[in-house]
Design a protein around this ligand. Structure first.
Ligand SMILES: [Fe+2]
Length: 127
């Protein structure tokens, strides 16, 4: 089983350590409430304040969005599509929810492994 890193694992570290965790951590951006059976947008961004490298030997390869243990969607990344400079990579997903959601994003850096976001609860009205 691979390790699954999270920003909170590094929260007590130095500025350098926290920046390392920041630039690797996926963040879920969405509303906290959704309407049942209505398309609901979810954005996942890698990093909050620090951009991750986008070099041939060091880049993100995919971003996944999970609802508990169910894989909702996955975006495969082609490094060359984002140039060579550090970047906040984003992926957009659309869910049509039937019940409330507990969303987590997982993303893979080819040099530093798997990173997960914090869980985000989305209340679905009308369930
Ligand atoms: Fe990395």
């Amino acid at each position: 089983m691979p390790r699954l890193f999270s920003y909170v694992d590094f929260a007590g570290g130095s500025d350098k350590v926290r920046n390392y965790a920041d630039k690797h951590s996926p963040v879920i951006i969405c509303n906290s409430e959704a309407e049942r059976n209505t398309p609901f947008k979810v954005k996942v961004r890698i990093g909050t304040n620090v951009k991750h490298p986008n070099a041939p030997d060091h880049h993100y390869e995919y971003i996944q969005l999970w609802n508990l243990e169910t894989l909702v969607g996955e975006v495969k990344l082609q490094r060359s599509s984002y140039g060579d400079n550090p970047v906040h990579i984003e992926a957009d997903f659309t869910i049509i929810p039937k019940v409330s959601l507990r969303l987590t994003a997982v993303a893979y850096c080819n040099k530093h492994g798997l990173w997960r976001s914090e869980e985000v609860f989305v209340k679905v009205e009308g369930e």
